[in-house]
Design a protein around this ligand. Sequence first.
Ligand SMILES: Nc1ncnc2c1ncn2[C@@H]1O[C@H](COP(=O)(O)OP(=O)(O)O)[C@@H](O)[C@H]1O
Ligand SMILES: Cc1ncc(COP(=O)(O)O)c(N)n1
Length: 276
Amino acid sequence: MTDSNRTKVIKALTVAGSDSGGGAGIQADLKTFQELGVYGMSALTAVTAQNTLGVQGVYPLEAEAVAAQLDSIGADLTPDAVKTGMLFSSGLIRTVAQKFRQYGWTKLVVDPVMVAKGGSPLLQQEAVQALIAHLLPLSLVITPNIPEAEILTGMKISGMADREAAARLVHAMGPRYVILKGGHDEEGAQVTDLLYDGEQFIYLQSPRIATRHTHGTGCTFSAALAAGLALGHLVPQAVHTAKAFIQAAIEDGLNIGAGHGPTNHFAYQNRLRGQR
Ligand SMILES: Nc1ncnc2c1ncn2[C@@H]1O[C@H](COP(=O)(O)OP(=O)(O)O)[C@@H](O)[C@H]1O
Ligand SMILES: Cc1ncc(COP(=O)(O)O)c(N)n1
């Protein structure tokens, strides 16, 4: 094959932390990109020592190291879409936002990762304001879970009316779309994610799967969304695929490790190939 007749390679970038256990963070993102046919790139913000039992250590990188990774990518490998995960500190948030502006990366999914499922902080408390001030205005989509939406808005969320009110408040902070994920609402047989574009609410529902193996669900969902956007899909379409991807990944959980296990990143494609 010559260079000129090669089909275009679609590329996505994740700016996030490493999960040594492979279920969340940069590892979940790259696996998801790959499964959805997108070439994955990464800029690491922090290394975590982590497994299905919890987070044993957090080692953030210097802002200079994060900036250097983004410059290397910006100079040579323009991503078709970008997502952020664990950003840890206000200094790293400011660096990342400045680089996104410098390179004009606007197809941006912000997963406002704050706390790991086991309760360990992945974002310093003082960094929430930096997220709101510097990153939310640049983002195309933000994907908070219910506790994250509560912290961003300062409101207590119980019930759908509260979720709609919170989505409106987060939307007013700058993102074009808000997806308020419903995984933490453990009532009822359905899990409802709410998509808000500033005008309409769209409810994405799926059967709630009774499992403790949900480590990395948010990372995987936002990576699938970014992959769809990189492929040129519009947000409502990309969200549907992301929801189907995470549903399959949770349903066919891998059952590894003694704690909260990872989702199955192979599941969505295995189903399409009829290999369930
Ligand atoms: N038990 C579950 N059954 C089905 N889908 C789930 C379940 N838990 C989470 N999800 C889905 O996984 C994605 C991540 O949700 P959530 O758990 O709210 O976010 P986070 O992982 O950031 O805490 C959402 O699309 C949500 O609907
Ligand atoms: C490096 C890193 N990034 C993000 C998460 C959140 O994942 P989850 O809340 O789905 O366990 C995590 N546990 N580790």
